[in-house]
Design a protein around this ligand. Structure first.
Ligand code: GLP
Length: 261
């Protein structure tokens, strides 16, 4: 089962996960990070950036793969996930831009982009830690409800709910692309460690569906239940619909000192 860690706030989640990423990079300087966009993982990236500047750590060999990208945005569009990852992750932490890959949403090469991305992940030896947020529809990456647990990187049509949620980043709701290219649930499940973060009441249903099931393609986040090493880091509000809260708290309070997340 997933280890569920209930933290006071997003900043505390950021510190906890950043510390774990730091240990990974110390042990393995060319670690492969799975990078999520959205507002949820931002505290992780800023805490890691602060840690790296406070106590220097060589991150130049770290590699990264983004989860997803919009299809058809002009190159360099500020809301393309390539631009977001560069701005929020690569620059503040000081990663090497050439080591960070994002699915290619360019229409000219879109038919082979999924296959190419899968190959690139395999060539890198797979993802060590995959950071995940979760959408209100229960999606991880951009795997909207109905996505196969075996799916690989491919083009998906966004739900209108997800487009509406992401409209805040665009000048008009109509500007939100209709299609995206996203790692599949099968791709995500191949990462060696999944770290799912969620904050706020609006995510409580999606978190409960992901963590406590039932396991169904209708709740894409529930695919994490098939993974042997998952850490779910959430605040009280996002945890509020979980049935086994007492047990999660009990397990965390009695966690063996030698065990990382
Ligand atoms: C987008 C991203 C997801 C992210 C979700 C939630 O749809 N593709 O990876 O988890 O938004 O976003 P937020 O973290 O801003 O709530």
């Amino acid at each position: 089962m997933a280890e569920v860690v209930i933290v006071e706030n997003a900043a505390a989640a950021g510190e906890l996960v950043a510390e774990s990423l730091r240990s990974l990079i110390e042990a393995r300087p060319d670690a492969v990070l799975g990078l999520a966009t959205g507002s949820t993982p931002l505290p992780v990236y800023s805490a890691l950036a602060a840690s790296v500047h406070r106590t220097p750590l060589d991150v130049t060999l770290v590699r990264g793969f983004a989860l997803d990208e919009y299809v058809g945005l002009p190159e360099g569009h500020p809301q393309s996930y390539r631009a977001v990852i560069t701005r929020d992750v690569v620059e503040p932490i000081g990663l090497t831009p050439q080591n960070i890959q994002v699915p290619n949403g360019n229409l000219e090469t879109i038919e082979s982009a999924g296959r190419d991305y899968e190959q690139a992940i395999l060539d890198a030896g797979g993802v060590d830690v995959q950071i995940l947020g979760i959408g209100r529809t229960g999606h991880i990456g951009f795997n909207e409800p109905g996505s196969s647990f075996a799916s690989l990187t491919r083009v998906k049509t966004l739900t209108e709910e997800t487009r509406a949620d992401n409209a805040r980043f665009f000048s008009s709701p109509d500007d939100v692309p209709m299609h995206c290219i996203t790692q599949g649930l099968g791709t995500i499940r191949r990462a060696r460690h999944l770290v799912l973060l969620a904050f706020g009441e609006a995510k409580a249903d999606a978190v409960a569906a992901a963590v406590e099931g039932p396991m169904t393609a209708s709740a894409p986040g529930s695919a994490i239940q098939l993974h042997p090493h998952v850490t779910v880091v959430i605040d009280e509000a996002a945890a509020s619909r979980l049935a086994n809260l007492d047990y999660y708290r009990h397990a965390w309070a009695n966690k063996p000192a030698w065990q990382g997340i």
